[in-house]
Design a protein around this ligand. Structure first.
Ligand SMILES: Cc1ncc(C[n+]2csc(CCOP(=O)(O)OP(=O)(O)O)c2C)c(N)n1
Ligand SMILES: [Mg+2]
Length: 381
């Protein structure tokens, strides 16, 4: 099992390194000792004692299982419906990455918010946006959470503190800091969780945002969902510095790598980061190492990676991990698991029925909810 996507070398590189080292030893040259100091966020526990630690217990595991199973089944159905052309346009599935959202939700409190990329169905579901309104949104129906105007990539719910669903890679990074700024300005202790992909961390906006967020100690947790690829391009092909979390070091921002396939690891890291932000101590940058089982979007056959790599990650599947833990620890029995499976299936079936039966938006809706500025581009007579 490869430890993490960004820590793996391909075979050629390993062979080359070995040859260089052997030649150096043969020539009696001093082999440089390289030690990479890993930041361990969790070891800072004493420095940042937890204020209201949200403990992981039986209830947490039961909730994780149910919510991750819903994300999984909802998206499997989404994939089928896309194949039937019931859902059109761009559509990106989150299957495999569920622990990154589940472990965050269990560490959050009412009032906290989320913002993310176009891979947004699971985030919306976990925050409590109804499966009905998410499915209807994908169908482009008037009952969708964005009134059928956003589609798969632009889920939004003010009621559930979900600030979207953003299709511009990295576009949500400054927006997340903006939400956090608003919370600080209003004097709340709410925190914003701002997700981004491994591709998005190369956007210039990240640097400006990280700088301001640290300067103003904004209550925002920047979470990079490192699934190893930006479309078909692996992290190794885009950067010399594959330990993405280290970007935080340049801003003196607490940062750490996290096993994104394990809801416990995600929860612990998020809990600590959230408590720190709530106390006014500013942002954290977490690199969640995870994997998407499907292609980048519905049109991607994912030929740029090996079957073995995919299988390695599937062996760490978060939904199965939750199922096994619940049974092993006797938090619930097989009958409970089957009950939840039936409940999730009913929720997904109902969502499809709701979307099918919902009306299309009225033509007059076309000009509503459009942001415009009367005097743009600010030319005065
Ligand atoms: C500014 C911008 N550039 C390019 C694109 C095209 N694009 C869409 S998704 C994507 C890859 C992003 O990958 P990553 O950030 O790793 O997120 P993931 O899809 O893996 O969740 C690209 C390049 C875009 N939407 N916006
Ligand atoms: Mg990616």
């Amino acid at each position: 099992m490869k430890q993490a996507v960004s820590e793996t070398f391909d075979e050629k590189t390993t062979v080359k390194c070995t040859i260089v080292l052997k030649c150096m030893m043969f020539l009696h040259l001093k082999v440089p000792k390289i030690t990479i100091k890993k930041l361990d966020l969790l070891s800072q526990k004493n420095k940042y004692p937890k204020m209201s630690a949200v403990e992981i217990n039986k209830d947490t595991w039961l909730k994780w299982f149910e919510s991750m199973l819903l994300m999984r089944k909802f998206e499997e159905k989404t994939g089928q419906l896309y194949g039937q052309q019931k859902i059109r346009g761009f559509c990106h599935l989150y299957i495999g990455q569920e622990a990154v959202v589940a472990g965050a939700i269990s560490a959050m409190q009412k009032g906290d918010s989320m913002i993310t990329t176009y891979r947004d169905h699971a985030h919306a579901l976990a925050l409590g946006v109804s499966a009905d309104s998410i499915m209807a949104e994908m169908y482009g129906k008037a009952t969708g959470c964005s009134k059928g105007k956003g589609g798969s990539m632009h889920m939004f719910s003010k009621e559930h503190n979900f600030y979207g669903g953003h299709a511009i890679v990295g576009g949500q990074i400054p927006l997340g800091a903006g939400v956090a700024f608003a919370e600080k300005y209003k004097g709340t202790d709410n925190v914003n969780i701002c997700y981004m992909g491994d591709g998005a961390v190369r956007q210039g906006a990240l640097n400006e945002t990280f700088n301001m967020a640290m300067l103003w100690k904004l209550p925002v947790i920047f979470v990079c969902e490192n699934n190893g690829y930006a479309m078909g391009t692996s992290v190794q092909r885009t950067t010399n510095m594959t330990d993405i979390y280290k970007i935080g070091l340049g801003f003196d921002m607490p940062c750490a790598p996290v096993d994104g396939m394990d809801p416990v690891a995600v929860h612990n890291a998020m809990d600590e980061a959230i408590q720190r932000a709530r106390k006014g101590e500013g942002p954290t940058f977490l690199e969640m190492r995870t994997y998407r089982y499907r292609g980048h979007s519905m049109s991607d056959p994912a030929k740029y990676r090996t079957k073995e790599e995919l299988e390695d990650y599937k062996a760490k599947d978060p939904v199965e991990l939750a199922r096994e833990t619940i049974l092993k620890e006797k938090y619930a029995d097989q009958a409970w698991i089957e009950e939840v499976e039936a409940k999730v299936k009913a929720t997904v079936d109902q969502a499809v029925k709701f979307a099918e039966e919902s009306p299309w938006p009225e033509a007059s809706e076309l000009y509503k909810d459009v942001y415009m500025t009367e005097n743009y581009p600010y030319v005065m007579d």
